[in-house]
Design a binder for this molecule. Structure first.
Ligand code: SF4
Ligand code: SF4
Length: 380
């Protein structure tokens, strides 16, 4: 394993970390096998954003006395409601979930991450309430080692960094997100009087964020490195050909300030596949042949993160989108197993009441209402 400094914290993380979200709902044996594989491979940073008690306890049980050998990114404000993911800025609720996380992981969380600051409303919910004070109190009391936050919005992330509070940012980085080729982008830059050619195809706001992190000594850990696997898939990649896992990891690791990519492994094999990156040649890691082959804008693609929940109609939006993505590959020959998985959902796209609350929360501009209607047409 290789290790990198996390900003100016003085801590070093493995360049590949474990994003634990896919362990949610899995049996203890599987969690244990995955966590063991990660530790054996020298992984020392785990992201635990999931609000569910069982997965948190399973990870902690698997770590046992090895808790001291790893660092935990634990999220503050990640909660659930009626078994759906939720984001809360309501202090008693936030405290209840985070204090439970603290208890489970031995009374200490290495990085207390202010969860999901993407919009003006999120910013106000954190900095104009008692939320940020609570987080600072946690640090002062020694319950958390450092303050971090997660975001998908470069402008909002820069604003949070400029408060001087965080030492760490969890941000979504991959080549498809960074190259932002739409007409809107070109117009935006012209409107702002910026010369878009100066940024060589990288969204200038994202480039500015990476530079700011480097300048301020704020480390970055990366989510969505593989674009939910879509960058690896011939059907879903926005490029002329799919990227490899090594190219995706290498792209993220070569952005300024990046300390670690948090890969969402759920089996021992997936952990071993991820760390193969370390043995690859420069040639195998080289992503530059992909540059310049972008066919279409990647925005609007669902990456199954569930940040759009909760849904008042109780639809599992990520699951509906996932089955819809598979169906769209060949509408005439949808695998029977996909029909059967869709039928197994408690609520399908047809239950959507078009309230739109999910679309305001989705960081990736997915046309969810349209997708729900299309899924209902196809499957119901
Ligand atoms: S619709 Fe958006 S928020 Fe919801 S799962 Fe997909 S990408 Fe995530
Ligand atoms: S628009 Fe439809 S899918 Fe989205 S939250 Fe409302 S009911 Fe749920």
């Amino acid at each position: 394993m290789e290790y990198r400094e996390i900003g100016k914290t003085g801590l070093k993380s493995s360049i590949i970390g474990l994003g634990c979200e896919h362990l949610d709902g899995k049996p203890y044996e599987q969690v244990n096998e995955t966590v063991n594989a990660a530790l054996e491979q020298g992984i020392n940073l785990l992201d635990v954003f999931m609000p569910g008690k069982e997965v948190r306890e399973n990870i902690a049980k698997s770590l046992g006395s090895r808790r001291k050998d790893v660092m935990i990114q634990g999220h503050i404000g990640s909660t659930d409601i009626g078994q759906q993911y939720d984001i809360s800025r309501d202090l008693p609720v936030v405290q209840r979930y985070f204090e439970d996380l603290l208890r489970i992981f031995g009374g200490y969380i290495d990085f207390g991450m202010m969860f999901f600051i993407d919009s003006e409303e999120d910013y106000k919910g954190v900095f104009e309430t008692g939320f940020a004070d609570y987080v600072q109190r946690l640090k002062k009391q020694g319950d958390i080692g450092h303050i971090g936050f997660s975001s998908h919005n470069p402008e909002m992330a820069m604003r949070v960094i400029n408060t001087g509070l965080p030492d760490l940012l969890l941000f979504s980085i991959n080549l498809a997100f960074d190259l932002y080729p739409s007409d809107k982008y070109v117009l935006d830059e012209l409107d702002h009087g910026l010369d878009s050619t100066a940024f060589r195809g990288i969204d200038p706001k994202r480039a500015a964020l990476y530079k700011l992190c480097e300048k301020k000594g704020v480390g970055i850990t990366v989510m969505k490195t593989l674009g939910a696997g879509k960058l690896l898939s011939p059907e879903h990649t926005p490029f002329e050909k799919p990227m490899t896992v090594a190219q995706c990891i290498h792209y993220a690791l070569t952005r300024p300030a990046v300390a670690s990519v948090m890969l969402g492994c759920k089996t021992r094999e997936e952990v071993l596949d991820s760390v193969r990156y370390l043995d690859m040649s420069d040639n195998e890691r080289d992503y530059t042949p992909i540059l310049g082959t972008l066919r279409n804008d990647f925005r609007g693609n669902c990456v199954y993160c569930s940040h759009c929940q909760p849904c008042p109609a109780n639809i599992d939006i990520a699951a509906v989108n996932k089955y819809l993505d598979i169906a769209r590959l060949d509408l005439e020959n949808i695998p029977p197993s996909i029909h059967s998985h869709y039928s197994g959902l408690a609520y399908g796209g047809g239950a959507c009441i078009s309230c739109g609350s999910c679309e305001t929360r989705c960081p990736f501009d997915v046309p969810i209402i349209e997708n729900m209607a299309e899924a209902a047409r196809i499957f119901e």
